[in-house]
Design a protein around this ligand. Sequence first.
Ligand SMILES: [Zn+2]
Ligand SMILES: [Zn+2]
Length: 356
Amino acid sequence: MKRSLFRPGGPVNIRDMGADQYRATINLPSDTDGRIARECPDASCSPGYFKVKPGTGITGKQVSAFCPYCRHEADPDDFATKEQQRYARELVVREAHRGVDNMMRDALGLGASGRRKLNGGLISMEISLKSAPLPYVRQPFEDEVRRDVVCPSCALDHTVFGLATWCGDCGADIFLTHVATELAVVRSMVGDIDRRREVLGRRVAAKDLENCLEDAVSIFEAAMKAITRRHIAASGVTPDEVEAKLKKVGNAFQNVDRAGEMLRDILGISDPPEVPWAELAASFAKRHPITHNLGVVDRKYLERAHSAEREGCEVRMTVAEVCKTLDHVLAAVSAVHGLLFAANPWEGAASSPLPR
Ligand SMILES: [Zn+2]
Ligand SMILES: [Zn+2]
């Protein structure tokens, strides 16, 4: 009887497909948060790396999966990371070692002891086989990814770098969920400021508030840049041309007036959607002295602030104002996103990954 290199079952669930073809099923280990790493099959996609929580999202037979960054669609198995591919290869090689060892034992008629005595007339001999230890298989080493988001359409719980756009399971545009999730993180930091004031003092609480305002500006800028990148990419230009155009944007989205110019000149929105732009501008303006002068205001700022105070405007930053700013950021990003992509939700999908 012909002996097979692989025996059915075992640690990699070997199945004999006939004609010397075998299929192994590898159970990928998850990280400490119960997530499994995935990698976009498109080598040009950046960052192309994310994680999913098994048991969430599409739980039945899944025909295809999507890259959250470029919406590349492929068989879910094609999203294995390089580490997972190495791990699978090493597991199969280890099974092959085991198979060769078993074949040798069977061929030599060795039992579990690995020894056999041959007694035949004048000659008596003993055969023994000492197997080499099986090769060690290192667990996949995966990167740390820290932005968890749950798809509102299919409930896939996944983790990405930066502000991704697409759901890894159903492929829906969940950009606004990413933005809202990021803003919610800042909101929970704002919500902790009173406790931190009591525990760590007023200066720490003031610094927390300043940092939260800066985060609000950063999220607005990152979201508007991502929208701009996607819009430019949808016009069919090359990735280099996309980056060249984005260079012109620079840090314009840190300032609401200049953001308005970008909406008009680059995104073609001459009539911006109804959003509390003026309130957003006032809050963003308070970030400038915070960022550039360690929160120490200069004479020019004070003059402006005093005249504003005389006119009854609030010049100090408050918890309520930062919370409102977070609301306005989401409203502004949602409005612009809706204006550009609502009609064609997949526009710019394949060519708008995040910058390297
Ligand atoms: Zn991709
Ligand atoms: Zn989904």
